[in-house]
Write a protein that binds this ligand. Sequence first.
Ligand code: ADP
Ligand code: ASP
Ligand code: MG
Length: 412
Amino acid sequence: MTPSDLSQPILVLKFGGTSIASPSLIQSAARRIANCRAEQMHVVCVVSAMGDTTDRLTSLAREVTENPPRREMDVLLSAGEVQSMALLSMALTELGVPAISFTGQQGGIVTDDRHAEARILRIDPDRVVEALAQDQVVVLAGFQGTDEQQEITTLGRGGSDTSAVAMAAALGAQRCEILTDVTGVFTADPNIVPDAVQISALSYDEMLEMANLGAKVLHGRSVELARRFLVPLVVASATEDRPGTRIVGKDEPMEEVVVRAVTDDRDVSKVSILSVPDEPGIAARLFSALGDQGVNVRLIVQAQSHEGHNDITFVVPSNTFIEKADLKKVVEEVGGASWIVDDEVALLNIVGEGIAREPGVAGKIFSVLAEEKINLDLISSSNLVISCVVKEADLVRGVRALHAALIQTDQG
Ligand code: ADP
Ligand code: ASP
Ligand code: MG
């Protein structure tokens, strides 16, 4: 049996941790799912761990050992989502809605073997389809899968969004709804900018930049997958019945704006490698060496050559595991003199399809930050984004000032 043999369209709903943080929230999620079933939709429901369970499990491991083996860490963290899936399935059964819960493995999610940051390789959704064909709601544990050796893996923090979109793509679902503690995607993190407004629709490309640059309302890879497989994606409230934000292809109707949103990311570090010989191939060697260590580089700046030497600076997510020994090896490999790591920095990003189109956006951004007396450490720009590295202490002030100056607050 394949998804196309099913008699009703498929809806994938993903509930985030805060939205199922207590038994009563789990019961209200179950009521919402029951309503969707009543509308003649097959429902696959992807769940995160309840509330701060993933953080608590991580702390537990650290109380036992400073260096938990990555394999065992994945086994431990996967338990959070397993707890949620069983409880939600029970709540559905209690309402008279036939349901069955599946772990990532039972749901056919096959990943590579990179513990804590695994990528989904493929999905074999046979059991999911069989259960839907028997009119059961499938409750699937997000954030987890197994590799080819049946070892449990996890997809990286926030990865349940990616489980949901990947399953929606594998099933050819009518849409995937990410249900969370905000009513949609906003023009800035509403917890930082009180004036932020909800966006009614934005493009996959804009959302991808936002997600990769700090808007954790969606996991970056979930947006990548939605764009690749054209999964209609909606972000909405888990508890309020209000229209959310649609993430759509560029051709679909959406408000044209120059700047769509301002995002912030304080979880970054700046690394400078000093006095690297100015020779062809050095940057290739440096960034290949970092790539081999699994370091994901966000922004790179090379200063002007001085007496045959350069400083090369780049920004990495701060959870990147750059050990002293590793950095020393990288610096030696490219013949650099020394290195500096600065954790007190943050990224301030301005995202919008109009950045490349409209002249003067960059000038306006820099004037706003100058008025706020915020010093720009590094700047990078692309068609869709201008990113600035600033001191972490200046971040909130910078985000609020840029939002006030650049965002048309009538786009929601
Ligand atoms: P969940 O547990 O449902 O996965 P997350 O905490 O991962 O929820 O994501 C929701 C949070 O994302 C919101 O509470 C909000 O603080 C944050 N966020 C950051 N940027 C944005 C944005 N531009 N729009 C909406 N929410 C945002
Ligand atoms: N429970 C995992 C986390 O807290 C996955 C998720 O919530 O998406 O990161
Ligand atoms: Mg999340």
